[in-house]
Design a protein around this ligand. Structure first.
Ligand SMILES: Cc1ncc(C[n+]2csc(CCOP(=O)(O)OP(=O)(O)O)c2C)c(N)n1
Ligand SMILES: [Mg+2]
Length: 353
């Protein structure tokens, strides 16, 4: 196989059909910045909520705001469908999902959280590594069978790319020409395992060639590049040309989750050297240099992010807990004897009835 000519290019990018999309307007650039600030603020607050016992756990996305907001921003929520992992809060926010309902997922008191996947076009968050990819391909093939023009976008990580499911999904999608955008966030880590010990050959994008699918390897810390690449990929898939893979190169600046301690597998010096430039700070400087936004705008964006976080926290705290018996209600459409027995045991042990 040919080596990729530069770190940020595609193996077959020339095969992507369609013209490049319109450049983003100044208003859209400011909107992207506001979204990234809101996500950054909510993300760091969610870690504090976990420490305060408001939510039991959370998977932060510090450093991945450009990849998430940029890709989520490119989704057409009137017809597309997104299949996230456990780390896509920024995608949800950019898609306009109700964030009290979304963050309630991390409170873990009700099946998959309170947002409506059909209405928001965002599937429930998926903790099974690689699981969302299979669902996306199935949904996308359904669009072909129904002669509809929706595109599925599925997220997965560098670590997930070594799961068999991913390869079966990519092969199936390419054979069936399913309209799927495989959006990989290569954030350098699969919990404690660095990409170089996980991804043979060093590039997830390079694998697409084996399935005859175009791939774009992009700077995932450049929000504008992410929007443009995702729009191109959507246009290609929507036009009936089959799936596209995007590998967005980024860096997980924080822990894997609120129960992880990165100090056990990487040093602060390594973090600083490998993380590169902060995507938010980088975008801020670009907007300033281009005269698209000024300090007053940045201050407003931060104030709005803080107000939004307070609203979401209050909403989460107001939810209270749910009756534990509900955990048996939605497992199957028709209950089974085994499940009834488990529910009876649970009632006896937990509620003493
Ligand atoms: C099928 C499966 N295997 C293992 C795990 C445990 N696990 C959770 S996250 C993770 C690493 C995933 O890394 P990556 O795909 O790079 O995504 P990231 O967490 O970096 O966003 C693993 C192994 C799991 N949840 N599901
Ligand atoms: Mg990873």
């Amino acid at each position: 196989m040919d080596t990729l000519p530069s770190p940020f290019s595609g193996n077959d990018a020339g095969q992507l059909s369609g013209p490049r999309s319109e450049p983003l307007t100044a208003g859209q650039l400011r909107e992207l910045f506001s979204l990234m600030v809101a996500v950054r603020h909510l993300d760091s607050s969610a870690i504090a909520w976990q420490r305060q016992g408001i939510i039991p756990g959370y998977a932060p996305e510090l450093g991945q705001e450009a990849a998430q907001v940029g890709s989520g921003y490119a989704v057409d929520t009137t017809r597309d469908f997104v299949f996230p992992t456990y780390r896509e809060m920024g995608v949800a926010r950019a898609m306009g999902v109700d964030m009290v309902a979304y963050m309630s997922t991390h409170k873990a008191t009700w099946h998959g959280g309170l947002y409506d996947p059909l209405q928001s076009r965002l599937a429930p968050i998926q903790a099974v590594v690689g699981g969302s990819v299979l669902h996306a391909v199935g949904w996308a093939h359904g669009q072909t069978l129904d002669q509809k023009d929706g595109v599925a976008m599925t997220y997965f990580g560098d670590g997930a790319s070594s799961q068999g499911d991913i390869h079966e999904a990519m092969n199936f999608a390419a054979v069936m020409k399913a309209p799927v955008v495989f959006f990989v966030q290569n954030n350098g880590w699969a919990i404690s395992v660095p990409t170089e010990r996980q991804v043979a050959g060093g590039s997830v994008a390079a694998r697409a060639a084996g399935y005859g699918m175009p791939a774009l390897r992009i700077d995932g810390n450049d929000v504008v590049a992410v929007v443009e690449a995702t729009r191109r990929a959507f246009a290609h898939a929507r036009a009936g040309n089959g799936p596209v893979l995007i590998e967005a190169m980024t860096y997980r600046r924080g822990p894997h989750s609120t129960s992880d301690d990165p100090g056990r597998y990487r040093s602060l010096n390594e973090e600083r050297d490998d993380a590169g430039e902060d995507p938010l700070e980088r975008f801020r400087r670009r907007l300033l240099a281009d005269g698209v936004a000024d300090e007053a705008f940045f201050a407003e964006a931060l104030a709005a992010a803080k107000a939004e976080e307070e609203h979401i926290r209050a909403g989460i705290q107001a939810l209270g807990s749910r009756p534990g018996s509900e955990m048996f209600d939605l497992v199957f459409q028709e209950t089974t004897l085994a499940l009834q027995a488990q529910a009876a045991n649970w009632r006896e042990e937990s509620e003493h009835v």
